[in-house]
Design a protein around this ligand. Structure first.
Ligand code: IVH
Length: 668
């Protein structure tokens, strides 16, 4: 049947869009603008709507999700999907390695890879077309999740290049950390149960019956193997990585060929070091004997291959008893429940407390005093309670009730409709005051050196301070009455307080602790208004004109500025000599870095990272935490880690400290 002009047009759009998907999601190197891409996509959607007979399950429009399903059907894997044996320390790994040596002699190599913390799936391509995607299930039988898998942007619907007739790719579906955070934020806003970790979120998303929901979940996929290696024109696991890439699958650049147990140890250390800064979660490394011939020789034992092993990082999770839940009052009045735990070692750190977010989380976890709980450390933040081991209940556990009154000032707590947080609304609440003062003095706010939380608690307890401005009334004599205080350190503190009077407008605005006004917003406000007076007199209208500030934030700022007590406190600060200035951003000052996004990595020769970030922001640039296609420059110091690799793979230009300064001074 000759194809109609419409069919030809549709075919051409599909091919173009697939090509752009590949460039964007697999190569991380788009060649058209988002707008131009959207236009192509919308046009294809429109043509498919107008000509439903020309719709196709292999159209890139499937990436937004097809029709919902009633249930998932079962799929029997052609080859069982096995699991890996785990090792946890050098001795255990060495035992594995020596067994390899016994069978293979000394001339084998190993491919080291990250162990992705996601869920295993199999993708079957027939004649290059994605025909079936299934979960691992029990290893023999999984579920058909093709409709959801098709929505994953980096999974091609058609393979590229030359490929075998049938290809069964196995790999891991993951949800990047940042997308996991966003997803949970959104769910907490909507009052929906939170996912415990990215792995659960990825699994939950793939087991969604509505592919449109899965499509919104920013899932990603990394291939790590094939069901059958015989018949492939390649001989090693590391060639397979290149083959994946040639077939249009996304590969990461962390694989490394290793030859000795020592090299394995340093790869392990390298990956463990990078773990926190990677955009996705990994829980160890996987080591695979590289040559397929050697793999076949080693074969399998029970449900695991003998030719591969997972070398796991130290557990970031631990199990312990929940002794109590205490309720802390934050500076904005939000009440945060904190779990008090029987101390437990998790990933090399003793954990005594863990975060619980809010009342909903306590309810969702069905947490009771005395429960055995799983705590997890994620990054350097305080650990989270992720689940309760209900099987271990004895019946003696006690229900936890969220307080009705503020634990510090006893005023009634409020919960706004649609918000998960309970708040103390009393501006004079001593706990809020203490947190507010700690924030005011902190490094990124007024930066009063030496005046840490312990000091502030002591000064408050002794009634030597009561609010921000009273800090500037402190004198040395008063400080000396505190028994642990020597003359020299008292003087140092007084000097540091005096020094903080000369400050920048953005820091001052941030220090005030206006709800929803973080560092970035404070900076935008300072840039826009240029002086404290103009900021204090800002109308609603004017506030809405500030870049990136919407109605919610502007309302919070208005509320803050309309409160008489706040204005008198600001006036008192000014009277005592606090003098926030904003010269570098005055209208005639050029902003050489305007519109440019920077990421900083490694140790710079003279500037700390905070200082470098400050410098960039003051000259109009933006600083973010991770390298992406949107990054304009990576500022690199010594001992740079994975950010450097990522920047290089994306072709992001690099700057050292000197060239950053040169860029600012405009003489590069
Ligand atoms: S190779 C025989 N490589 O870990 C299985 N697996 O316990 C060979 N995994 O279900 C798997 N990252 O889903 C391999 N780089 C990696 C991996 C990886 C994560 C998962 C995989 C498997 C589980 C094994």
């Amino acid at each position: 049947m000759p194809s109609s002009p419409i069919q030809n047009k549709i075919n051409s759009l599909r091919a173009q869009i697939e090509e752009h998907n590949y460039r964007y999601y697999v190569l991380d190197a788009p060649t058209i603008s988002d707008e131009a891409y959207d236009q192509l996509f919308q046009e294809l959607l429109r043509l498919e709507e107008e000509h439903p007979n020309l719709k196709s399950p292999l159209s890139p429009t499937q990436k937004v999700g097809g029709a919902p399903l009633d249930k998932f059907s079962k799929v029997r894997h052609t080859q069982p999907m096995l699991s890996l044996q785990n090792v946890y320390n050098p001795e255990e790994f060495l035992a594995f390695f020596e067994r390899w040596q016994e069978s293979l002699g000394d001339s084998f190599s190993i491919l080291g890879e990250p162990k992705f913390d996601g869920l295993a799936v199999e993708l079957i391509y027939k004649k290059g077309v994605l025909t079936l995607a299934s979960t691992r299930g029990d290893g023999e039988v999984g579920e058909d999740v093709t409709a959801n898998v098709k929505t994953i942007r980096s999974i091609p619907l058609h393979l590229r290049g030359t490929f075998p007739d049938t290809l069964e790719v196995r790999g891991e579906i993951i949800l990047p950390k940042e997308d996991f955070k966003q997803l949970n934020l959104e769910r907490s806003r909507l009052g929906e149960p939170l996912f415990a970790n990215p792995r659960n979120a990825a699994a939950g998303s793939i087991r969604q019956l509505d592919p449109k929901v899965a499509a919104q979940r920013k899932l990603d996929f990394f291939p790590h193997g094939v069901a059958i290696t015989s018949g492939l024109p390649i001989k090693t696991q590391s060639d397979l990585v290149n083959a994946f890439s040639s077939w249009g699958l996304r590969v990461h650049h962390f694989s490394k060929v290793l030859r000795t147990a020592r090299e394995v140890e340093s790869f392990f250390a390298e990956m463990e070091n990078q773990r926190e800064s990677l955009p996705f979660e990994i829980d160890g490394i996987v080591l695979k004997v590289n040559a397929f011939k050697d793999q076949n020789e080693l074969g399998f034992v029970a449900r695991s291959p003998r030719w591969a092993v997972a070398y796991k990082f130290k557990a970031q999770e631990g199990i312990t008893t929940l002794i109590d839940v205490v309720f802390q009052v934050g500076r904005t009045g939000v009440i945060t429940p904190v779990a008090v735990l029987d101390p437990v070692w998790v990933g090399g750190v003793e954990v005594k407390r863990a975060g619980l977010h809010n009342e909903d989380q306590i309810r969702e976890l069905d947490l009771k005093r005395g429960d055995q709980v799983v705590v997890k450390r994620a990054g350097d933040v305080i650990p989270d309670v992720v689940s309760v081991i209900t099987q271990k209940r004895t019946g003696k556990e006690k229900t936890i009730t969220f307080p009705k009154k503020c634990p510090a000032c006893e005023s009634l707590l409020h919960r706004n409709a649609g918000e998960a947080a309970h708040r103390c609304l009393n501006m004079a609440c001593p706990a809020r005051l203490a947190e507010g003062i700690k924030h005011f003095c902190s490094k990124r706010a007024m930066n009063i050196e030496g005046l840490g939380d312990k000091w502030i608690d002591l000064l408050l307890a002794e009634k030597l301070i009561t609010h921000f401005s009273s800090l500037y009334d402190l004198d040395k004599k008063e400080l000396l009455t505190l028994d642990r205080q020597g003359d020299k350190s008292a003087q140092k503190l007084i000097d540091a307080i005096a020094k903080s009077k000369t400050t920048r407008l953005d820091r001052f605005i941030f220090a005030l602790g206006i709800p929803l006004v973080g560092e970035r917003t404070a900076e935008l406000l300072a840039t826009h208004f240029g002086s404290l007076d103009r900021f204090l007199n800002a109308s609603e209208e004017e506030l809405l004109r500030v870049e990136e500030i919407g109605p919610t934030v502007s309302l919070k700022i208005r509320e803050f500025l309309e409160e008489k007590r706040n204005i008198s406190e600001i006036k008192r600060l000014i009277q005592k000599g606090v003098d926030p200035q904003w010269e570098s951003h005055s209208a005639d000052h050029s902003q050489p870095l305007l519109g440019k996004t920077f990421v900083i990595t490694g140790t710079l020769p003279t500037l700390s990272r905070d200082e470098a970030a400050d410098l960039i922001r003051r000259h109009g640039g933006k600083v973010t935490g991770s390298v992406s296609k949107q990054t304009h420059f990576l500022v690199v110091g010594s001992e740079a880690g994975s950010k450097l690799d990522k920047a290089q793979s994306l072709g992001v230009p690099l700057l050292d400290e000197r060239s950053l300064k040169a860029l600012i001074e405009g003489d590069d």
